[in-house]
Design a protein around this ligand. Structure first.
Ligand code: KIV
Length: 275
């Protein structure tokens, strides 16, 4: 069954947890979709995970559209949620609507996500008025890394916690259908989840959100250099891949791959004529 915004609202109402994973390409989208994960997020984290940038700021609309389109082709049922990259919506409501529209028309997304609370409400309203569902994203928003002075847990003081609660209410009022809560204390995420009627999806925000999201390379153990506290590695895929690459190399070098089973045949008579 196709996941829609209505499905997700119903899941919140029925206390049925929502699953979201980042996804950036066709083959991984197919695998995730087959498991029934409700939302595939083409996060601008692809700047780090796929393109090797230090942060998400260099990611372009073209990057987001290409990866969103690839994921859309691989997923039959999941809701396709595309991130709006840095400076694709901060500049004006006009830019926000045009770029959200491109993610829908060219990337075939079903909804878009942007970072920020009260200050991006005009953009949220304008995008929603164009009939494009919006997911807001507050807390440790990676596009604000320079303003935050690094990746720091947000909402720890009373004032900061109150601001985040107000931000959550305002993005809901502006028309957001979903809300990502990133890098905030679990008890604050629980209050926000009770305060708003839209589903909250947490990453580093504890178990009381309506759903969870992880970057797939993190949860598969494909990056071991730095593992954030909130990540659980569900499999050591990185190690399996490394071993497979090494085995391949060894077999090619010793001549044990390819074997007869991996090769195409031709009649010997034809071959003789070629000498
Ligand atoms: O870009 C991303 O992957 C995200 C998630 C971490 C929520 O925004």
């Amino acid at each position: 069954m196709k996941t829609t915004i209505a499905t997700l609202k119903k899941m919140k109402a029925e206390n049925n947890k929502i699953t979201m994973l980042t996804c950036y390409d066709y083959s991984i989208a197919k695998l995730m979709d087959e498991t029934g994960v409700e939302i595939l997020l083409i996060g601008d984290s692809l700047g780090n995970t796929m393109l090797g940038y230090e942060n998400t700021l260099p990611v372009t609309m073209e990057d987001m559209i290409a990866h969103t389109a690839a994921v859309s082709r691989g997923a039959k049922n999941a809701l396709i949620l595309a991130d709006m990259p840095f400076m694709s919506y901060q500049t004006s409501t006009y830019d926000a609507v045009v770029n959200a529209g491109r993610l829908m028309k060219e990337g075939h997304a079903h909804a878009v996500k942007l970072e920020g609370g009260a200050r991006v409400c005009p953009q949220i309203r304008a995008i929603v008025d164009a009939d494009i569902p919006v997911c807001a994203h507050i807390g440790l928003t990676p596009q604000s890394i320079n303003a935050f002075g690094g990746f720091k847990v947000q909402g720890k003081s009373e004032e900061a916690a109150r601001t985040l609660i107000e931000d959550a209410k305002k993005v809901e009022e502006a028309g957001a259908s979903l809300l990502v809560l990133e890098g905030i204390p679990a008890k604050l995420a629980a209050i926000i989840t009770k305060t708003v009627s839209i589903p909250t999806i947490g990453i580093g925000a504890g178990a009381d959100c309506d759903g969870q999201v992880l970057v797939y390379q993190d949860m598969l153990g494909m990056f071991t250099d730095y593992v954030p506290k909130f990540v659980k590695q569900f499999a050591a895929v990185g190690e399996i891949m490394r071993q497979a690459f090494a085995d391949y190399m060894k077999e090619v070098k010793e001549g044990t791959f390819p074997t007869e089973a991996h090769t195409y045949k031709i009649d010997d008579e034809i071959i003789e004529k070629l000498y």
